[in-house]
Design a protein around this ligand. Structure first.
Ligand SMILES: CC(C)(COP(=O)(O)OP(=O)(O)OC[C@H]1O[C@@H](n2cnc3c(N)ncnc32)[C@H](O)[C@@H]1OP(=O)(O)O)[C@@H](O)C(=O)NCCC(=O)NCCS
Length: 187
């Protein structure tokens, strides 16, 4: 997915981070342009983030938080006003993320009544979402498995998936094509 995203027009090359320790890559994080479509039809530029990850043997040593905080600081520095994505509040809440519905932002295609506590946001400019209600859809670039099924399956088959914990899965519908996506940062 990262390989494909890096060629995506919405990938933000200034915010493509790897974390190194003693010459070894131990973590990474990326950002992608996204939009909130407001209920009155406006497009509000934001960014989405991730995947972020830390090497298995170094999890829970504070590296993830360090990488997250640094990434967000750099994103704010180049003009990002808010970040929305899917994640656990247990980790991201410590860096100021909140459940996005508390800010009036809904997740595209979520079935009626389904909890949206996995969908988080953080305003990097305080008040950026004030007065806004609208919907976020995961950018098209993330749907790698759907777009390249054979290539994806071939890649996945290289790994012994019995070693990976299986999580319950919900297949979110693909977002509508977002014609005329706003570019970020805007000059
Ligand atoms: C999520 C991830 C990046 C966190 O990195 P990390 O270096 O382990 O996180 P930190 O050590 O900075 O954690 C800080 C605090 O966040 C919380 N936290 C971290 N990982 C958590 C998890 N998986 N579940 C619940 N809380 C978590 C803990 O409270 C932790 O503090 P503690 O260890 O003192 O209890 C890392 O676990 C990871 O790579 N996970 C696999 C990939 C992934 O799921 N990425 C996120 C989705 S894109």
């Amino acid at each position: 997915m990262l390989k494909k995203l890096r060629d995506d027009p919405d990938f933000i090359h200034e915010l493509d981070f790897v974390m190194e320790k003693n010459g070894r890559i131990i973590g990474q994080n990326i950002f992608v342009r996204a939009t909130i479509v407001t209920d009155d039809g406006k497009q509000i530029p934001i960014m989405t983030m991730g995947p972020i990850c830390i090497a298995n043997d170094l999890k829970r040593h504070g590296y993830g938080s360090l990488l997250l905080e640094y990434s967000l600081e750099r994103a704010a520095h180049i003009g990002c006003k808010a970040v929305c994505f899917e994640g656990t509040i247990d980790f991201y809440g410590k860096s100021g993320f909140v459940v996005a519905t508390t800010k009036g932002i809904r997740y595209h295609g979520l079935p009626e009544g389904m909890e949206a506590d996995f969908f988080l946001c953080k305003e990097l400019e305080p008040g950026y979402f004030d007065g806004i209600t609208g919907e976020y859809a995961t950018p098209q670039g993330y749907f790698v498995a759907e777009k390249y099924p054979a290539e994806f399956a071939a890649y996945e088959s290289k790994y012994n998936r019995t070693m990976v914990p299986q999580f319950p899965r919900y297949d979110f519908p693909q977002p509508p094509a977002q014609a005329g996506l706003l570019y970020w940062p805007q000059k």
